[in-house]
Design a binder for this molecule. Structure first.
Ligand code: IPM
Ligand code: MG
Length: 371
């Protein structure tokens, strides 16, 4: 029996292509794993009314980890219009499968390294090396929202003194999305950030929130962070507001190190950090729970490039590196990182975004050769 069982969900669009590139690297590494492919994505929404079928959830439960490509997402109404005829008008609502996976498997930590590899023509500045920890199950992504607002919820809202200004608004003219933080949720993401900083000798952890305005939720995160920081005397704790942080990261990207944030702010700041190091073509991510993890490049399925094998697989190859790290295969992870760095630095094999004309799979092969 293989040492690891890995579910592979290529998804759709270029997700399929970058997953092929990942498999070239994994095969060459000789990771002792059994790979099982599963269904996810747009095709299953249109045909079955569910982009994340129950059989795929069952498959994930039987595996140690999941490697995920990319999927197409569309707004609610557009998605409903693309359902096959038998499924139309049945009240089916499209929900992002990756957001569901994070919730279903309690994948509380979203780890997003953003490192500028030397020789990458797309980086903002060489030497940038940031790591974003994004809380992955709560906050604005918690899914607790209403429109129209039900009477019992309305009553609770009206009991708050600040709700006076909405008094004349009808329930139908109001929409509510909640931003719920729990102490446990804050502690888990802060713990992941501090432990990472300690293990990798990082100098600082910056909490990116907005406690001056969003006093209760951002406030809880910051208070928990201050308490936890006492356990890590060698790591500096900094606090920054999300808006100012977007500015500071452009101005002084070298000042920062590990960033930790709630779900929505972490989503925003991680795209900004990704762009500093070359864009989504270099943005890898790990959705980590206590016992299971899903690894995904943060880019989408890029439908306009689908089938052309031209997109950059580097984000996916960096994601493979994250998976190897999480599995405990440190030596393989290190080799993968070095091989990626070597291919970037040599600059001979590059996809179009980096000024080259190589295919997705040629980049995968080039990295595999240097392992
Ligand atoms: C990400 C993406 C997702 C998110 C989308 C695809 C739902 O932007 O992983 O950052 O918002 O979390
Ligand atoms: Mg995002």
């Amino acid at each position: 029996m293989a040492k690891y069982k890995i579910a592979v969900l290529p998804g759709d669009g270029v997700g399929v292509e970058v997953t092929e590139a990942a498999m070239i690297v994994l095969k060459k590494l000789g990771l002792d794993a059994e790979y099982t492919y599963g269904d996810i994505g747009w095709e299953f929404w249109c045909k079955e009314g569910d982009p994340l079928p129950q059989r795929t959830i069952d498959l994930l439960k039987q595996n140690d980890a999941c490697l995920f490509g990319a999927i197409t997402s569309k707004p609610k109404d557009e998605a409903a219009g693309e359902l096959c005829d038998d499924l139309k008008n049945k009240g089916l609502v499209y929900r992002s499968p990756i957001v569901r996976l994070r919730q279903l498997f309690d994948l509380h930590t979203n780890l997003r390294p953003c490192k500028a590899y030397p020789g990458n023509p797309l980086v903002y500045k060489e030497g940038i090396d940031l790591v974003v920890f994004r809380e992955n199950t709560e906050g604005l992504y918690g899914g607790v929202e209403w429109h129209p607002v039900p009477e019992n919820v309305r009553a609770a809202v009206d009991s708050h003194p600040a709700a006076k200004k909405f008094a004349s608004c009808s329930n139908d003219d109001m929409a509510i999305s909640t931003r719920i933080f729990t102490r446990k949720g804050c502690q888990r993401i802060l713990r992941s950030a501090f432990e990472f900083a300690k293990e990798h000798n990082r100098k600082s952890v910056t909490i990116v929130e907005k406690p001056n305005v969003i006093r209760e939720t951002s406030g809880l995160m910051v208070r928990e962070g201050r308490k936890m920081a006492k356990e890590y005397p060698d790591i500096q704790l900094w606090e920054a507001n999300i808006d100012a942080m977007c500015m500071w990261l452009i101005k002084n990207p070298f000042d920062y190190d590990v960033l930790v944030s709630s779900n929505m702010f972490g989503d925003i700041i991680s795209d900004l950090c990704a762009q500093l190091v070359g864009g989504l073509g270099f943005a890898s991510a790990a959705n980590i729970g206590d016992e299971f993890a899903v690894f995904e490049p943060t880019h989408g399925s890029a439908p306009k490039y689908a089938g052309q094998y031209k997109v950059n697989p580097m984000a996916m190859l960096l994601t493979v590196k994250l998976m190897l790290d999480w599995l405990g295969e440190k030596e393989m992870a290190e080799r993968t990182d070095k091989a990626i760095a070597a291919v970037i630095a040599e600059g001979k094999v590059r996809t179009y975004d980096m000024g080259g004309s190589n295919t997705t799979l040629e980049v995968g092969e080039a990295v595999a050769e240097r392992l």
